[in-house]
Design a protein around this ligand. Structure first.
Ligand SMILES: Nc1nc2c([nH]c(=O)n2[C@H]2C[C@H](O)[C@@H](COP(=O)(O)OP(=O)(O)OP(=O)(O)O)O2)c(=O)[nH]1
Ligand SMILES: [Mg+2]
Length: 318
């Protein structure tokens, strides 16, 4: 019997971020290799026994002539190509020595984050583009009855905590009050270049031109296809592998996964814990924010187990 086992390929790749944090370095694959002519994050296949970071250091030296000084895990993406199973092990490089150039004759270019979507990448790269464009911290707004106080809290988080991704969660407001608050929140977010997602019905985007929609896990499980356009962000609340799978099937751009820890707001829900969290994130295929008892001091740990970062109300809403 001839049993075909797909080749498994472990690739380390880098999102190299410019000093001003506005641009990322991409390279074009030569026309004579697989995915030739497409753009990529520099890197390559690991040699036997190499770790991801060791392989990445070697590849960046070989391909770009730079030495990594500081790198952090960004995202791990498993992808089935017709001929192989590939693991893209992507690192964000914040500091490096040397001036990058195409040592193998390949085109190399610094690109502003928002322009990444204009470059053709291999199919496996979509989650990586999202991860590169998203920050490490996701603010979920707290319940707040007073509108002036809401504005003050949001303004503080945007300016003092440098929050760049906000979910407007306000379960107690009427539809009209929610829309009015969303308009003001959008203005505040725009002033600092932060993204605003509305927690509610996808049709809210017809009334408020925010950056996207955040789905509750209940809404997520009821939908059969992506409810908003591709140029808007779609996120969702998830609590288990089944919901993560549904989020991927709908084409969510990213998700929160909770509760990582037990929280005062949900004392009876069993926490996921870092071990299962890591296992579930590994298969998610999109950026995942750890939620539930998280603070910004958990962000590095979250990244180390594969998360995009942390989502929190309490830590940013004060
Ligand atoms: N480096 C990199 N490879 C990617 C990306 N996206 C993606 O699907 N791939 C695929 C293409 C290839 O099948 C594989 C990377 O292999 P590679 O050709 O770069 O390997 P390498 O640098 O070690 O070069 P070689 O040994 O084949 O000469 O991963 C990406 O963003 N960066
Ligand atoms: Mg390569």
């Amino acid at each position: 019997m001839n049993i075909m086992v797909k080749r498994r390929v472990h690739v380390a790749a880098a999102a190299i971020i410019s000093a001003d944090k506005q641009q990322v370095l991409i390279a074009r694959r030569p026309s004579n290799v697989d995915h030739g002519g497409l753009w990529e994050f520099p890197g390559g296949k690991l040699a036997p026994y190499e770790t991801g970071l060791e392989g990445l250091k070697r590849e960046l030296h070989e391909e770009l002539g730079v030495e990594i000084i500081n790198a952090q895990p960004l995202i791990r993406v498993h992808h089935e190509y017709s001929d192989k199973h590939i693991l893209l092990d992507v690192w964000q490089v914040h500091a490096f020595a040397g001036e990058p150039f195409g040592r193998e004759g390949q085109a190399v270019r610094w690109v502003p984050m928002e322009e990444l979507v204009n470059y053709p990448f291999p199919a496996a790269n979509l989650p990586i583009l999202r991860a590169v464009m998203l920050p490490t911290e996701y603010l979920i707004t707290g319940e707040e009855a007073d509108e002036a106080r809401f504005d003050a809290l949001l303004t503080r988080a945007l300016n003092e905590d440098n929050i760049r991704l906000v979910q407007l969660r306000a379960k107690q407001l009427t539809h009209e009050a929610y829309v009015a608050r969303a308009q003001r929140a959008l203005t505040l977010c725009r002033e600092v270049g932060a993204r605003l997602l509305l927690n509610g019905d996808p049709s809210l985007l017809d009334q408020v031109d925010a950056d996207g929609i955040h789905l509750t896990s209940e809404r997520l499980m009821q939908l059969e296809r992506r409810p908003i356009a591709e140029n808007k962000w779609l996120s969702a609340s998830t609590h288990d592998p089944r919901q993560l799978e549904q989020a991927a099937a709908l084409g969510c751009d990213f998700v929160s996964l909770s509760p990582l820890r037990t929280t005062p707001s949900h004392p009876d829900v069993a926490p996921i814990g870092w071990h299962d969290f890591q296992q579930w994130v590994e298969r998610a295929g999109m950026p995942v924010f750890a939620l539930g008892g998280m603070t910004r001091f958990d962000a590095n740990h979250a990244r180390a187990v594969g998360a995009q970062g942390i989502a929190s109300i309490r830590d940013f809403w004060k």
